[in-house]
Unconditional design. Structure first.
Length: 136
């Protein structure tokens, strides 16, 4: 299958650390992402999805955040939204590669992970995998 046209994608980054949000924004702009939305926690990300008049193609999600963490966000994404939003592919961004955390995310239906520190190449690979998986 051909690579995804990243310039046509809307990506939501959900990350509480401002530095990581800035790095992700720089990386996503550098690879030509069409639209980027940012949320500092799962609570704000859920509000962005509720307000969205456009599609969100991929969600890049940190697990450890205040208010609504990544695990709770995933549960609420599936419970509170109808397709296609409820089926938006999630790529977990984590500085922790502990099996327990990754297994917990897998149990919620997440199959793609991006471990910090990240590279632009890894981001492109995961976005392509997420979008391809969405249409399989």
């Amino acid at each position: 299958m051909a690579e995804v046209d990243i310039s046509k994608l809307h990506i939501l980054v959900v990350e509480d650390e401002i530095y990581t949000r800035k790095v992700m924004t720089r990386v996503l702009k550098g690879i030509g992402t069409g639209k980027i939305s940012l949320a500092k926690d799962g609570y704000r990300a859920l509000a962005i999805l509720q307000e969205a008049k456009w599609r969100v193609d991929v969600i890049l999600l940190d697990l450890q955040m205040p208010r609504v963490n990544g695990y709770e966000f995933i549960k609420r994404l599936h419970a509170e939204f109808e397709p296609p939003l409820s089926e938006t592919p999630v790529v977990v961004i984590s500085g922790h590669s502990e099996k327990k955390e990754l297994d917990r995310a897998r149990g919620l239906g997440v199959g793609l992970f991006l471990l910090k520190p990240i590279t632009p190449e890894q981001v492109v690979t995961r976005i392509n995998a997420a979008v391809r998986h969405k249409f399989e």
